[in-house]
Design a binder for this molecule. Structure first.
Ligand code: GSH
Length: 227
C-alpha cells in the first residue's frame, strides 16, 4: 500500500491518513510529491497517474487501485482493518465521530483560510490579530473548543472517544494550526491538543515536517523566509 502525500509542513489533508496509518501500525510506503500548483507541474503530472482530482492524499492499493479524499481513505482503512478500533465500537459513538469528521471536512473555512497549516512556523502575533479582526475565526475556534471539551468530558479522554482514533487523526492538523498561531483554548482542550501533538504518528509527522525545510512562498501568507 502506498500513500501519496504533499509537503509535510503544509499539507493538512495529507497529514490525516498518514497519522492514522502510523498510529495503528499499519504498514505503508509514503510517496511525497512536492507541492507545485502551476498548471502542468510535475506535481499534477505525477498525481494524474493515480487520481483525477489533482489533490493529495491518495491511497494506492495493490494493482494500483486508488482511494482519494481523506474521508474515503479513513473509511477504507477501517474496512480493511475491522480488528482495529479506528472508529468507536458503539454505533452511536461511531456516528458521532463521523459527524464530527464530516463537520471538520466541510467546515471551519475561516480558520482554514486564515491559518494555513505551517508546522515549523510560530506566528502568535498573527493569531492575536486574526482573533481581534475576524469574528468567523473566533467562531470556528469556539466551535472546535466546544467539540473537544464536550467530547473529552463525555468520554473521559485521553482522546476524543477514549483511545486515539480516526477522529483524533482528523483533528491533528487543526491542533497544529492552533499551535502555530498561538490560539487560546480552554484548559481541557489545550491539554488534549498537547496529547495529540505527542501521540504516535502525530509526533512522527511533526518531526518529519520540521526536517523538511522546504519554504514554499505560495503557502506562506505571513512569512517571507524561514526563520
Ligand atoms: N477534500 C480533499 C481535499 C484535498 C486537498 O485539498 N489537498 C490539497 C493539499 S493539502 C491539494 O492537493 N491541493 C492541490 C490543488 O488544490 O490543486 C481531501 O479530503 O482529501
Amino acid at each position: 500500500m502506498h500513500l501519496i502525500i504533499g509537503n509535510k509542513n503544509y499539507s493538512s489533508w495529507s497529514m490525516r491518513p498518514w497519522v492514522l496509518l502510523k498510529a495503528f501500525g499499519i504498514p505503508f510506503e509514503e510517496r511525497k510529491l512536492r507541492f507545485d500548483f502551476a498548471p502542468g507541474s510535475d506535481f499534477y503530472r505525477e498525481l494524474a497517474r493515480y487520481t483525477p482530482t489533482g489533490k493529495v492524499p491518495v491511497l494506492i492499493e495493490d494493482e494500483g487501485f486508488a482511494v482519494w479524499d481523506t474521508l474515503a481513505i479513513a473509511e477504507h482503512i477501517a474496512e480493511r482493518h475491522p480488528e482495529l478500533p479506528i472508529w468507536p465500537r458503539d454505533v452511536r459513538q461511531r456516528s458521532r465521530a463521523r459527524s464530527l469528521c464530516a463537520e471538520m471536512h466541510a467546515g471551519f473555512g475561516a480558520l482554514r483560510q486564515n491559518c494555513p497549516m505551517n508546522i515549523e512556523a510560530s506566528l502568535p502575533e498573527v493569531g492575536t490579530r486574526l482573533l481581534a479582526e475576524q469574528p468567523q475565526v473566533r467562531a470556528d475556534l469556539a466551535r472546535i473548543d466546544a467539540i473537544w471539551s464536550e467530547q473529552l468530558a463525555a468520554s473521559g479522554g485521553p482522546f476524543l472517544f477514549g483511545e486515539f482514533g480516526a477522529i483524533d487523526a482528523y483533528f491533528a492538523p487543526v491542533v497544529m494550526r492552533i499551535h502555530s498561531y498561538g490560539l487560546p483554548l480552554s484548559p481541557a482542550s489545550a491539554a488534549y491538543a498537547q496529547r495529540v501533538r505527542q501521540a504516535p504518528g502525530v509526533a512522527d509527522w511533526i518531526s518529519d515536517a520540521l526536517a523538511e525545510q522546504d519554504f514554499l512562498d505560495f503557502e506562506e501568507p505571513y512569512r517571507s523566509a524561514r526563520t
